[in-house]
Design a protein around this ligand. Structure first.
Ligand SMILES: [Zn+2]
Length: 263
């Protein structure tokens, strides 16, 4: 019995290692001693993808137990009396990194948003292809997440949808130095300014949610712009091709949440 169990565990370990390689295209052996513990690499494939995240590691339990998870299909929004977002962003995107899960632009300090009097600083923005949130069931070819944190680490994320159309000058700045492999980090030749990406009309949907990647922590303030912005087919393909496969978690149940609509 013991032997059978052991061989089952060994097989599971081997499978986990193989899956990690499939999901990220790099060798799990480099990341630690897999004979001591299974390499727990989450990804978007069948074996270590969104439906399995909650079982990969105990720290990821919210991915399967959470009741306020992201992304969601934004629908049945209520008009609510809330102040418009105060966006105090400056140019500050200095480097672009491919972290193995998404293309991300790291932002220097000094840009923030004010949500009902609470200030969150912009840390980075990154991309999902296709979009994670959907609006009235509609998916978009790409969604950017502008991740902000307050001094205690609480998060507020702005979601921005992209449609295929005219080329986007701000995206061009990071596409010209786009990383090719996981861990690669390149300095932008021209500092990116998130204001160049955000829509002119800043109507948004507001709700609470979670990180859309493990550990799927909740308590995240979400604001998704109603108006999409455009990027060319080539630009959308350039960003999507870094990862080579979709990186959108499926939409999650809304449960008891109320979606606010702020014009
Ligand atoms: Zn994201």
């Amino acid at each position: 019995m013991y032997k059978i169990l052991l061989s089952t565990i060994t097989t599971a370990l081997l499978l986990t290692t193989a899956n990690a390689k499939d999901d990220h295209g790099h060798d799990a052996h480099k990341h630690g001693d897999h004979t001591k513990k299974a390499a727990v690499h989450w990804g978007y494939g069948k074996d270590a993808g969104p439906l399995k995240w909650g079982d990969l590691k105990s720290e990821y339990f919210m991915c399967k137990e959470g009741k306020n998870q992201s992304p969601i299909n934004i629908t049945s929004a209520y008009e609510v009396e809330k102040k418009p977002l105060k966006i105090n962003h400056k140019a500050g995107g200095e480097e672009v990194i491919f972290n193995g899960h998404a293309v991300q632009v790291n932002y220097k300090a000094g840009s923030s948003i004010d949500v009902d009097g609470h200030v969150f600083e912009l840390k980075q923005f990154h991309f999902h292809n296709p979009s994670e949130n959907t609006i009235d069931g509609k998916s978009f070819p790409m969604e950017a997440h502008f991740v902000h944190a307050d001094k205690d680490g609480n998060l507020a994320v702005l979601g921005l949808m992209f449609v295929e159309g005219e080329a986007n000058a701000e995206l061009a700045k990071l596409i010209e130095v786009l990383p090719k492999k996981a861990g690669e980090k390149n300095k932008l030749k021209t500092v990116a300014d998130s204001n160049g990406l955000l829509p002119k009309e800043k109507d948004y949907y507001r709700f609470t949610g979670s990180l859309t990647t493990p550990p799927c922590s909740e308590g995240v303030i979400w604001a998704v712009f109603k108006k999409p912005v455009s990027a060319s087919k080539e630009q959308l393909e350039a960003i999507a091709s870094v990862l080579g496969h979709a990186n959108n978690r499926p939409t999650q149940p809304i449960n008891a949440r109320i979606i606010g609509e702020i014009d």
